[in-house]
Design a protein around this ligand. Sequence first.
Ligand code: PLP
Length: 401
Amino acid sequence: MHKIPYSKPWLTSDEERATAHTISSGRLILGPEVRAFETSLATFTGRQRAVAVTSGTTALQLALHALGVNQHYSVLVPAYTWVATWNVVHWLGAEPVMIDVDPSTFCIDPNDFERALASCSRTHRAILPVHMFGFRVDPTWLDAMVHRHNLTLVGDGCCAFGGEHQGLRCGAWTPVECLSFHPRKVITTGEGGAILTDDHELADRLERLRDHGAHRSREQRRQTTQGGLMTPEFPEPGHNFRMTEMQGALGRVQMERVHTLIQARKTVASRYDELIAAQIPWLKLPPGQHDPGRVLTFYPVQLQIPEASPTQILAMKTHLVTFMASHGIAVRTPMIDLVNQPFTRESAKGYDFPGAQHTFLHTLGLPFFPQMTREQSETVVQKLAEFTPTLHALLKSGASS
Ligand SMILES: Cc1ncc(COP(=O)(O)O)c(C=O)c1O
């Protein structure tokens, strides 16, 4: 166990009581707690509806499925993301088509759009833009591309909940947006996810599809007194992506504290910004330091040592992670570049994705969680500073890991 962990959810006795209460209530799946959680999510994000499911991954899969994405689709996914973004497209039988990312925004690089679109081989097209680390994909550009090329659009806000941009909160950054409540996220339900939309018809269908496609909801089935009506019909095949009441209760209570959780993250991020800017010239800060709407899920920094070769950067990263771990501090690579995964490489179709590779090579996630103390942040930055001579030595020696 690291003394300073990479991430840690902030849970209180309120969450404990609420989850324990669901257990004693005997109602364990899709009940009042899930409904209350969905309502609070919709209210907070300014959307008409929230449909809670079992994870961010299943939220993405369900949203794409409900919008008709199937084997006749090519789906544009950023080449630097979490692997879930690619996997859901794969499991729908669609063709994942990677698009490069811009290292300065961590999001899709508009300059690579035409190339990526031209490499789509299926009849229909969709796009799955990821608001990476809390940074919104440029909405003006995205809107224009979606309309010009008639793209089906699902937003991946799985690591961006809490963020605010141009008066909109993540969840409302694209018409159908997916969130994750994994323990590293701004609010957590353990595992969990949700789809946010203003489209009631779509939300009704999502609710049916998360419950095997049953045409009658659990509430309706519980309320009916006529035995014959208890059995639902299944007009189309669905999934079991039902959220439990324990998860719903956790989420409801986390949402009661969402402003506190967000503010705490902002405080920790600004503290890092200041300390690193003052002491560690070889680390580039995440963008948006002066943006009051910035809410980070991770704290991503990039090694900025222009004279270092890729081999040296890799060696520096490896040594740095080991050095920090030896002092009880967890530092990680927060996402992956799909180009270099054995099973996704084929879909790169020979293209190099320099932005994604650069981002993956240079980015590290520092320990980042809402209850991180000033002392912990200072310790992390002090240890980074102590690593500086090793970094210079590695640069001089041209060392590899
Ligand atoms: C960008 C992105 N998409 C999708 C997911 C999947 O979410 P989950 O882990 O809840 O399935 C994650 C999770 O970290 C993510 O970061």
